[in-house]
Design a protein around this ligand. Structure first.
Ligand SMILES: [Zn+2]
Length: 123
């Protein structure tokens, strides 16, 4: 199913996680229901690998799907690094980067290939 939107509360949470993790980055995986990102799953470490994605898939409830990842860039750069592109290619279709100053528009969403894509904010 196409992930087309994110719940506003989840987006607010991601921005808050970015703010409170600074100057460090955070990374989480996101879960979607009916094409809308509604859940954030903390994961160990700072990168998503095929192995962690597989573990994650085992624990997501029926009816949910992996949307992708979300992480922060404390330097405020809202585009993926080379390492990010590798992570994006591992799993999911929707990868969110939030950055300093973590304002409501301090984020972008990218697809598996690292191309910017639209994500509607609802709720
Ligand atoms: Zn990054």
């Amino acid at each position: 199913m196409l992930v087309r939107a994110i719940d506003r509360e989840v987006l607010d949470l991601l921005l808050e996680m970015g703010r409170s993790s600074a100057p460090n980055e955070f990374i989480v995986m996101t879960g979607a229901e009916k094409g809308v990102i509604t859940t954030v799953y903390p994961i160990a470490g700072t990168t998503v690998t095929s192995a962690s994605a597989t573990i994650f898939m085992d624990m997501i409830p029926l009816g949910m799907q992996i949307a992708g990842t979300a992480h922060s860039h404390p330097n405020g750069a809202l585009w993926p690094s080379d390492a990010d592109l590798q992570t994006f290619a591992e799993t999911g279709q929707c990868h969110i980067i939030v950055g300093d100053p973590y304002e409501p528009d301090s984020w972008r969403c990218f697809d598996r290939e690292g191309r910017e894509r639209t994500l509607e904010v609802i709720g």
